[in-house]
Ligand binder design. Structure first.
Ligand SMILES: *Cc1c(COP(=O)(O)O)cnc(C)c1O
Length: 517
């Protein structure tokens, strides 16, 4: 027994100190204060966008703090608990400062980089409930409210897709990559009936023994090729669909390609369209694509990880016309619904399909005596077993601000994409590489000195320019390539960015560019 063993007694006493609600309260008060000040500084662009430090140096610093900070408490005999707790809160605050001082500040309106938003700050506080109480949710009982909040969001969002919530359904996953993988797995299991049990050796699947194919938007996110690898389709059997001049899937060529594949005896697992594809934010024409898939009797999956939120905007929902015809679709909340990572949705028009992904039973988890409750046990339908209560932040923010806030966020950030494009087009030392359909804009800076440079030189300059800008902390944007030549890419995904910030972005690029040419 612990009481007869002094070492265990001490261990128990150390554990109790770490679990004290009063210590948590004191540290929590400090944390909120620190985070609010940090947000304030970031939103005012005080400090750097990215706090760039060489990763080796930063890792060494993190290792140092593991040792330097450890002695927050002396042994219980050496000091009073109150003194120890006060010191622990001070150490806690220093650790928080360390983390905040060495991050990237997405709330800085000069951040125009990856498709990762400045989240609505209150969403993080809802996440905190899940983090502190740990209500993960493979099964309803282990995260009742998190499961209910997830279900409520699924029903709300399927309503916006235009689906009836009695027949449609979905699941929250840790990111769109897992959502897409799960959708392709479902499509595979539906198309190749025995594949979950038998694998997908071609001779098992079709009379002619031709390998199954997955047809994807040629600019599809790399996670779809991974899904093909993981599900045994094989990356060699991913067929890129031909794009039009604006890098959208061409429905007529898709039709031709499906006809050809079928004539040669290949089973087709699915067509995966993009809304939008990541390189330049191109939205595929879903009405026509859905029509082709219906005639060809092929599963239509739409990767709307980035663009799904346009459904919530009266101005932009036309980009997603036809989305309701999809069999499955992916929609990341941690992008254009402005909640922190990770929160992604996978939706099925027919909710029964959700049970096709993982045809297993785990009797110790899922209780057969409660029929009808299976759809609340998310673990039957996800790759994850333990899963954080990922939809709590979205549920909380939606409850507080309603769909209007999300419509505003889409409208403002999409308009910023247009504004940046217009500024680039009006400048003679910038070249926009496409007309944006959303808040993703790709361009090059070509100062007068580089006007006669080769494409390779122009590309190399874009990369050096970006490096210089991000390491300075003056802005944050990302590299990409078009036609094999490097370019710059912005996602306007901080709704606090304004047209003035975009003028400053061009000025910053010119300023760094001058020093590099
Ligand atoms: C961001 C993105 C993904 C990957 O999503 P994660 O949530 O990062 O896994 C997949 N597809 C598209 C179209 C995306 O924009």
């Amino acid at each position: 027994m612990a009481s007869s063993d002094p070492e265990l007694e001490q261990a128990a006493s150390r554990i109790r100190r770490a679990y004290q609600p009063e210590l948590f309260r004191a540290a929590g008060d400090r944390l909120i204060d620190q985070l609010a000040s940090h947000l304030d500084r970031s939103e005012q662009s005080q400090g750097s966008v990215l706090n760039w430090t060489d990763p080796r140096q930063l890792t060494a610093q993190a290792l140092d703090s593991l040792n330097a900070f450890r002695a927050a408490w002396k042994s219980p005999a050496e000091e009073s608990p109150a003194v120890g707790d006060a010191r622990c809160v001070e150490q806690f605050a220093r650790l928080v400062e360390l983390a905040l001082a060495n991050g990237i500040n997405l709330h800085d309106p000069r951040y125009v980089g990856h498709q990762v938003p400045a989240p609505v700050p209150l969403a993080g506080l809802f996440d905190c409930i899940g983090a502190v109480t740990n209500n993960p949710m493979a099964i309803f009982e282990m995260g009742p409210w998190a499961s209910a909040a997830e279900q409520a969001m699924i029903r709300t969002l399927t309503g916006h897709i235009g689906w009836d919530s009695a027949n449609s359904g979905g699941i929250v996953t840790h990111g769109a990559s897992i959502a897409n993988l799960t959708a392709i797995l479902v499509a595979r299991n539906v198309k190749l009936g025995q594949s979950w049990e038998q694998g997908i050796a071609p001779e098992l699947q079709s009379a002619g023994g031709q390998p199954a194919k997955l047809v994807v938007q040629a600019d599809a996110h790399y996670c779809l090729a991974r899904a093909a690898g993981i599900t045994g389709i094989g990356t060699n059997h991913v067929v890129p669909a031909v794009l039009d001049s604006r890098r959208r899937m061409d429905p007529q060529r898709l039709d031709d390609s499906l006809t050809d594949l079928k004539r040669r005896g290949h089973p087709i697992i699915a067509v995966a369209a993009s809304s939008c594809a990541t390189p330049i934010g191109a939205f595929d024409p879903l009405v026509e694509i859905a029509d082709v898939c219906r005639r060809q009797e092929v599963w239509l999956h739409v990767d709307a990880a980035h663009g799904g939120a346009a459904l919530l905007s009266k101005k932009h929902r036309h980009l997603l016309a036809g989305l309701d015809q999809a069999d499955s679709l992916t929609w990341d909340a941690h992008k254009m619904l402005f909640v922190p990572a990770l929160c992604a949705f996978l939706f099925y028009k027919n909710k029964q399909h959700g049970f096709e992904a993982f045809r297993q039973s785990a009797p110790y988890l899922f209780d057969p005596s409660t029929p009808g409750l299976a759809e609340f046990d998310g673990g039957l339908r996800t790759l994850e077993c333990t899963k954080r209560g990922a939809a709590l932040g979205l549920w909380g923010v939606w409850s507080l601000f309603g769909p209007q806030l999300f419509e505003d966020l889409v409208d403002v950030t999409f308009a910023l994409g247009r504004t940046l494009y217009e500024k680039l087009a009006a400048a003679d030392d910038f070249v926009p590489l496409h007309e944006p359909q959303c808040n993703i804009v790709v361009f090059r800076h070509i100062p007068a000195k580089l006007r006669d440079a080769t494409p390779a030189e122009v590309g190399a300059f874009q990369l050096r320019l970006r490096r210089s800008v991000i390491e300075s902390g003056d802005s944050y944007l990302v590299p990409t390539a078009q036609n094999g030549v490097a370019a710059l890419r912005c996602t306007l995904i901080n709704p606090l960015t304004t047209a003035d910030h975009l003028d400053n972005l061009l000025a910053t690029l010119r300023h760094h560019g001058e020093r590099l040419t």
